[in-house]
Design a protein around this ligand. Structure first.
Ligand code: SN0
Length: 312
């Protein structure tokens, strides 16, 4: 593996899931692989799980870790080619990415979407600029349109907790007071399309994800119908894609309750708004996998970093 920008960078998803599960049993087996190698974790946005689990994954492989909060601790970066930099941006991505590449062996980046400029978000300007001007592998820790480390985690969690060969997996939209990105549902949908699962998506009208991502996946507008006989229910809010970045619906009847969940397992990437996205009763029950899911973030990241280190 030469980079991990999106799920397309995975050759064999089933194989990578098994490698991650093996790392979970023996996390310190490859300490020599990362010796004298450094990962740089670069954040434009907040993080809890991604920052700590990626650091832990790197440390498990014997790597050194450096973290930089680009939004508060560094210079404001310019991404436009040919720009006359006489306003707020102090450093061009050309210099920044080249310089950081001399300090690290792998660069990991978090850069959320604007949710106002659809064209810029769809182009993945920030992630792609880092990739273009960096001379080391780049890992996506959630970009404008994708969160592939989360999706790999979700795939691992479903494989670990499946009791049948082809489980039914439902991705359901849930309400939220703020406008949230499409990265998590996009990547989850892509991962499910790569697996042998019975997958469907349910959301209110107006909340269609990018059709290039949902492709042939069944969309069911009636949430009760979609949830029927589900084995895994993955809840997530996202803002409208068509009416870009807008909150069109706040219908609390879309919140996941124990009654709606029935016998299914509950999944969410976290952070989750209690009693908005999902009821306390669900989150506090044995049917919730959110804590186990967050634990798997370490082994998903470790499996990816191991592939990158082995390709150097
Ligand atoms: C992010 C998102 O993409 O939806 C990160 C998820 C891993 N979530 C949020 O921004 C939630 C913030 C909130 O106010 O609840």
């Amino acid at each position: 593996m030469k980079q991990y920008l999106d799920l397309e960078d995975i050759n064999d998803l089933d194989g990578l899931i098994q490698k991650a599960i093996a790392l979970k049993s023996n996390p310190f087996n490859h300490q020599d692989l990362g010796r004298n190698k450094t990962i740089g974790l670069l954040f434009f946005n907040s993080s809890l799980r991604t920052r700590l689990s990626t650091q832990k994954a790197a440390q498990n492989l014997g790597m050194n870790v450096m973290t930089l909060d680009l939004k508060t601790d560094s210079w404001q970066l310019e991404f436009e080619d040919g720009s006359i930099m006489d306003a707020n941006t102090a450093e061009h991505i050309k210099e920044a990415a080249a310089v950081i590449s001399q300090y690290v062996d792998i660069m990991a980046l978090r850069a959320f979407p604007t949710l106002t400029d659809k064209a810029q978000d769809q182009k993945e300007t920030i992630l792609k600029s880092f990739q273009k001007y960096a001379s080391v592998p780049v890992v996506n820790m959630e970009s404008a349109t994708a969160h592939p480390l989360q999706a790999l985690t979700d795939a691992i969690t479903i494989v670990e907790h499946s009791t049948i060969k082809r489980p039914k997996v439902v991705l359901t939209w849930a309400p939220h007071p703020r406008a949230l990105p499409h990265a998590v549902p996009n990547s989850f949908a892509k991962a499910m399309q790569m697996m042998d699962v019975d997958f469907c998506i349910t959301h209110p009208k107006g909340y269609q994800l990018n059709p290039e991502i949902t492709r042939n996946t069944r969309i069911i507008y009636d949430q009760d119908e979609a949830l029927m006989n589900a084995d895994f229910v993955y809840a997530k809010n996202w803002s409208s894609y068509a009416d870009y970045g807008k909150v069109l619906c706040n219908d609390q009847s879309w919140m996941i309750t124990s009654k709606k969940l029935n016998n299914a397992k509950f999944m969410h990437c976290l952070p989750v708004r209690r009693n908005v996205i999902v009821s306390d009763q669900v989150l506090d029950s044995d049917q919730s996998l959110v804590i186990q899911q967050a634990n798997n973030r370490t082994y998903a990241a470790q499996a990816v970093l191991k592939e990158l280190l082995e390709s150097m």
